[in-house]
Design a protein around this ligand. Sequence first.
Ligand code: NAD
Length: 460
Amino acid sequence: MTTLAATPIPERIAALRSTFLSGRTKDLAWRRRQLERLIALMRENEERIFEALTLDMGKPREEAYGAEIGTVVGETEYTLKRLHKWAKPEKVRTNLINLPGSSMIQREPLGVVLVIAPWNYPIQLALLPVMGALAAGNCVVLKPSEITTHSAALMAELLPNYLDPQAVTVVEGGVAETTELLEQRFDHVFFTGSTRVGQIVMQAAAKHLTPVTLELGGKSPTLVDEDVDLEVAARRIAWGKFFNCGQTCLAPDYVLVHGRREQELVDALKAAVESFYGEDPQTSKDFARIVSAQHHQRLVSLIEGQTVVCGGVHDAATRYLAPTILRDVDPGSPIMQEEIFGPILPVLRVESMDEAIEFVRARPRPLGLYVFSRNKAVIERALNGISAGGVSVNDTMAHFTVPELPFGGVGQSGMGAYHGKHSFETFSHRKAVIKKATFVDPALRYPPYSGLKWLRRLIG
Ligand code: NAD
């Protein structure tokens, strides 16, 4: 079989469409085989993946394993175990007017889907949606981020060697290539990235009436009540914030802490940072780097004029920015207007948890929300009062790791969701099917009609 890599984009998509129309991707054995091969790809190329992620952004091995290799392998194994059950037609009740008959929901693949990935978890955020699409029986075009060049090149090399090259293709490139891709007709576009580009993607998809899943970003708030164990809270917040050097869509963006515990929390956060990365985080093997010079410069400028209580040290040559904690941050300052997406944690003081809830409610709906409290009433008020993509209570980012939970945003943080069965559903059409018998055919439904009496009885 030939690979499609050198062929122009429209022809590559036409080739995938013809594979899809051949029907072979619908076969459960074919789907299972793709998933098994994806696991083999990850296992057999672990070292190369580590290397690409180190070159791209100095990603620590444990973080690369936990959030990239392990996540893809774990979700794929989870899906393999359950795929047979998910793909079965789902019998549903048939109403009186359709008896004798039987009804079911049949999951069918959507067709040829486009996956556009970001750079912050360049392997996981590319391959998890690809896996979901294949599990559901689709053909896939993957467009990795052009910013993480080593990871993109590795996927472009490996995917055709492991997966069916007539059903999966990788298109490398940036804005120009993505724009050309978006001019084509797909059956679904799955985009992970910024809200700004999400709008561009949705507009382009609308021309073909193509449905979209948008996994976007935003500012995920962390609320810290006065009654919590601050040492644990600080460790969990600092871990969520400084993992991957803060370049995580779900990272706690800022903290709203009860005024009575502000000083203690700041001290505990400083202690957590030191216990994670030592006195000089620049020498720690466990702290990643900023992905590009442009992002580095943007982050450094966000610190200017702020009260730095920890970190603040930076080095453009190695794209290093220390884990940085700010206090007395003005809610009107630039750092509170945009998603930080880097290792800077503003701590803001509130006088009550209700004030914190109101603060969040007044802003766009976030992708993640973190509430640290022992008070059930406060937790309930936050859960009921704040709309967010997902919530972890007394932790950060934990809800992401439960495959049973849908992962996705709401409002400006995105639309649609995936992970576990939700990925399978995202890439499947739920086809409504009713099968009827012909041995009964009441005259009642046909003209000439005989009034409303029977209709009222049968329909309601
Ligand atoms: P981005 O929006 O700049 O880029 C994402 C993808 O879109 C890339 O593949 C890029 O090549 C492409 N792209 C960029 N500009 C384009 C244009 N004008 N037209 C068409 N395509 C274009 O995002 P990023 O910088 O790679 O990632 C960071 C953002 O992604 C953050 O906002 C973050 O919160 C978000 N994110 C969200 C999730 C999630 O799961 N919700 C996960 C990771 C990142």
